[in-house]
Design a protein around this ligand. Structure first.
Ligand SMILES: N[C@@H](CCC[C@H](N)C(=O)O)C(=O)O
Length: 310
């Protein structure tokens, strides 16, 4: 039986995150465990942030990111804030440097509890987003859905924030669109060979946007941090806003904006909250778990005799 590891159920502006502590061991959270955890309403999540021992000097941890369908993601802004809060509570430290498949991320927890993550530099080249077709200008690509002469969504801005994003500009509340219907079609559109996160963004002023996202590998989520960064950068890139914006994430139950700054050095810094909900222990191979605040009997009732702490 695999030894159980500590995990925390957290959220970043409502984005459902499981932070799993894989430090000190060589194995990984498996796609099978992710799918099993997502199937249980108590642990249903958008991303798992698996904290591993650091691989590079000067970094505090390597982080693997899994979507709820078991696939890997290269970036997760809301989840990164959750990792910072978890490690800050554990160590008392306020600044961290992480490594992911997409590169190095620096992060800091502020006095007021909000957390800033330097999400790195945006990528605009069509073959690095990646797109299936060559576009000289990816700030407005040819893609539409709906009737050919009256498209419902069209001409998105495409970019990578480590992970692929398409931002569709809308002139009314993103909540009024049927994103459950269009999201999967666009996520899996042949234009995106590695699929894409699909965001609807409404410009509400020269310094604010309202967004809603269909996430690659996770579907309709309450919030998506890398999408907020992509929307902010795309808005500035196309002259819709300045380089510092607040993002009202329309679908989030937490009415606190994300603040995104696309700095002059090209780095994108996202600031927002993270919230701990409960903790437990999980088998990273098959996904059985026990909450710290429940008797072991409950886990066994769920049919999880393996849910024993070694
Ligand atoms: N919720 C995340 C983004 C998660 C990754 C995405 N689904 C992908 O596959 O790229 C965030 O807060 O950035």
């Amino acid at each position: 039986m695999t030894e159980l590891v500590e995990f925390a159920r957290m959220n970043g502006l409502g984005n459902k995150i499981l932070v799993v502590d894989m430090r000190g061991r060589a194995d990984k959270v498996t796609p099978q465990a992710a799918i099993a955890l997502n199937a249980d309403p108590a642990t249903q999540f958008d991303q798992i942030m698996a904290i591993h021992d650091p691989k590079a000097q000067g970094t505090d941890a390597w982080i693997d990111i899994l979507n709820s369908d078991g696939t890997m993601a290269q970036a997760c802004g809301n989840g990164t804030r959750c990792v910072v809060q978890a490690l800050s509570s554990e160590t008392g430290r306020k600044t961290f440097t992480f490594q992911t498949v997409a590169g190095i991320l620096n992060a800091v927890e502020h006095e007021d509890g909000t957390i800033s993550v330097d999400m790195g530099k945006p990528v605009f080249e069509w073959d690095r987003i990646p797109l299936a077709e060559e576009f000289f200008d990816t700030s407005r690509i040819e893609l539409q859905i709906g009737p050919i002469d009256a498209p419902i969504l069209h001409s998105p801005s495409a970019m990578s924030m480590g992970n692929p994003h398409a931002i569709f500009w809308v002139d009314r509340d993103p909540m009024s669109f049927d994103l459950e219907l269009f999201g999967p079609l666009l996520e899996n559109h042949p234009m995106f060979p590695e699929k894409a996160n699909i965001t609807l963004a409404q410009v509400t002023s020269k310094s604010s946007l309202r967004t809603r996202t269909w996430e690659r590998g996770a579907g309709l989520t309450l919030a998506c941090g890398s999408a907020a960064c992509a929307a902010a950068v795309s808005a500035a890139r196309t002259g819709r806003t300045g380089r510092m914006v607040t993002i009202d994430v329309a679908s989030s139950p937490i009415r606190q904006p994300l603040v995104i700054e696309w700095r002059d050095d090209d780095h994108v810094v996202m600031t927002g909250p993270a919230e701990w909900e409960w903790s437990g222990k999980v088998d990273p191979t098959i996904g059985t778990f026990i909450r710290d605040d429940e008797p072991e009997a409950n886990a066994i009732q769920r049919g999880e005799p393996e849910a024993r702490v070694n």
